[in-house]
Write a protein that binds this ligand. Structure first.
Ligand SMILES: Cc1cc2nc3c(=O)[nH]c(=O)nc-3n(C[C@H](O)[C@H](O)[C@H](O)COP(=O)(O)OP(=O)(O)OC[C@H]3O[C@@H](n4cnc5c(N)ncnc54)[C@H](O)[C@@H]3O)c2cc1C
Length: 558
């Protein structure tokens, strides 16, 4: 039984987490007096549909309003105050000061419980100030402005300045609607949370579709004609542009919280919260992009800007504020992007994070089908997992592929990481199978088997970087593909012995040398490794993920 006290709840920000908190509070407590205040004109829309609207795939914003604003007061009996900014929180008086951004009238409202859900803000570069074709993109108001500008000016050359997933989602939609797109990142990666291999995969796909991706770019000089930025100078290159969308330098919007004396994290970026999403003031909650909560895996402090965590955190805060009980279980950071028909996703930790958190990680790549290879349209799935050598626990995963299957494999791995499953558990998951949508040996089972083999020293694997770093140079690179495969593409310096001939030709190999053996995906080369080890070769290493993985990193001769 939950409390039905007529408690007064104010939610600042009616975006993803705020709306989730307010509606959950109502479902818990019918007698609560709940108000959402938002500076934006609209509350209750799906922010993730914005790229479709901006690029013109969806013509009317009404198409992605979640039943319109009327639904929230009517169904949930929640008061909405839009186009109004909370300018101050007075914790001692349990009061907020609200300013209407059109009329500038000031309103004060008291609360019993306050939920702050103010999302992110941008640190906008002075370089562009005053330019009429420069836009940030944070909410529906920004999206409407951009759409209107494109409609009025017929802008076709779009420059997106960003280092996060939204750039990919936007580029995908602009491409589908015939725009020319440049993505400019000041960082070393297109999407900072994907590792280099998966970023490369995305970039190659984008470039193959005519999208230009510029990394490590310093925006040095901007030509400004008639208050329009027509060219962006990023060092060597001058990019012609009609419109700039800025998604860079996102910062949590914590000014209100800081001024109210709430404790922030060590970097002063996010608001510190506990597992109930309560801040240092027990009557004030913080949720979404502004909340520094914790990692599901390590319980160490973490903050994230993603839809899922924002929604769950809202659910927890709404429950607790309304008198119920609930704990947040932490952030895994699961994300997925789509570009053209390529999907790339990740969850949990990469090797670097795992190492920093005190684990002893190793990573493993495999390639497998998203349906049986006899089924027309079957495509390769690329899975990479990060596992702790000591506990054998799965810590992180990356998945990429075309058309279908990426989300399914990723979500199974999310469940595995959340449930603290080990590499051995992955072998034993009884996953569904029909040839049309899966393979007889599911990639999740397969990666479990290969990982366990490696931990049990049945197989030793390396990646291309390990070979490149091998100082000895006195090693053999053995290609076990058939003659046609070898002639079509191979690793520089590789010799060829097809797998079928290995048992009769193994004497051509010197036993005292290190042998790096590879095939197309790493599966046949594992068999070759076992054959050679069985024949007394001690220093045999299977190249993880085979040519498909190495192709991403060069060295492949075509
Ligand atoms: C274009 C776009 C597409 C995205 N697509 C995806 C996706 O596909 N998948 C995914 O996982 N994530 C996606 N994201 C990220 C995701 O939307 C955010 O992580 C999530 O919305 C964060 O929720 P939030 O509640 O913290 O902030 P928001 O949803 O941004 O809400 C914050 C709200 O607070 C209001 N506000 C701020 N300050 C005040 C104030 N002082 N007074 C009153 N109101 C205030 C703002 O107007 C805003 O409505 C996308 C983001 C963008 C911008």
């Amino acid at each position: 039984m939950t409390s039905q006290e007529p408690i007064k709840i104010i939610v600042i920000g009616g975006g993803t987490s705020g709306l989730s908190a307010a509606t959950r509070a109502r479902r818990i407590n019918e007698h609560a007096d709940i108000t959402i205040i938002d500076v934006c004109s609209y509350i209750n829309y799906r922010i993730s549909i914005i790229p479709r609207y901006v690029a013109g795939t969806i013509k009317n914003k009404e198409e992605f309003m979640l039943g319109g604003e009327s639904r929230i007061p009517a169904v949930y009996n929640i008061k909405l105050i839009s186009r109004s900014e909370v300018t101050k929180i007075l914790p001692e008086d349990k009061k907020v000061i609200i300013r209407n951004i059109e009329t500038h009238t000031i309103l004060e409202k008291t609360y019993d419980k306050l939920i702050i859900a103010t999302g992110n803000k941008y640190i906008l570069p002075k370089l562009f100030s005053g330019a009429a074709n420069f836009f940030k993109l944070r909410n529906i108001d920004d999206a409407i402005e951009i759409r209107e500008y494109i409609r009025k000016t017929s802008a076709r050359n779009i420059s997106i300045i960003s280092d996060n997933i939204v750039s990919v989602l936007l580029a995908d939609q602009f491409l589908a609607n015939g725009f020319n797109v440049n993505i400019i990142s000041e960082g070393t990666r297109l999407v900072k949370e994907f590792d280099d291999e998966f970023n490369l995969l995305l970039i190659k796909e984008m470039e193959s579709q005519g999208i230009n991706v510029y990394l490590n770019s310093q925006l040095e000089y901007i030509k400004n004609e008639n208050d329009l930025v027509t060219k962006i100078n990023i060092g060597e290159k001058l990019i012609n542009t009609h419109l700039i969308i800025y998604l860079n330098k996102i910062k949590p919007n914590v000014d209100l919280a800081r001024d109210a004396g709430l404790v922030l994290d060590d970097q002063g970026n996010g608001i510190l919260v506990d597992e109930k999403m309560q801040t240092s003031n027990r009557d004030i909650f913080a949720i979404g992009s502004i909340a520094t909560s914790f990692s599901t895996i390590t319980k160490g402090r973490e903050r994230i800007n993603l839809y899922g965590p924002a929604q769950f955190q809202g659910r927890v805060a709404g429950t607790v504020a309304a008198g119920g009980l609930m704990n947040y279980t932490g952030i895994l950071g699961t994300k997925i992007v789509k570009f053209n028909n390529l999907y790339v996703g990740s969850t949990g930790m990469d090797e670097e994070e795992a190492l920093k958190s005190g684990f002893t990680p190793f990573s493993l790549n495999i390639f497998s089908g998203n349906s049986d290879r006899f089924v027309q349209g079957s495509k390769q799935l690329h899975l990479k997992i990060i596992v702790d050598k000591i506990t054998r626990r799965v810590l992180g995963a990356f998945v990429a592929g075309r058309d279908r299957g990426v989300d399914k494999k990723l979500d199974v791995l999310v469940t595995a990481i959340y449930s603290k499953l080990t590499i051995d558990d992955l072998i034993n998951l009884n996953l569904s199978y029909i040839p049309d949508i899966s393979t007889y040996k599911d990639p999740i089972n397969l990666i479990g088997m290969i990982g366990a083999n490696r931990l049990d020293n049945i197989s030793d694997s390396v990646n291309l970087n390990d070979i490149n770093k091998d100082g000895a140079k006195d090693y053999i690179i053995l290609d076990i593909g058939n003659k046609n495969e070898y002639e079509y593409e191979r690793l520089s310096g590789a010799i060829s012995i097809p797998l079928e001939e290995l048992r009769t030709r193994y004497k051509e190999l010197e036993k005292d040398k290190k042998i790096y053996v590879y095939g197309k995906t790493g599966l046949r080369s594992y068999i070759a490794e076992r054959i050679l080890k069985g024949l007394g070769f001690e220093k045999v290493f299977n190249v993880d993920g085979g040519l498909l993985s190495m192709k991403l990193l060069s060295n492949v001769i075509k």
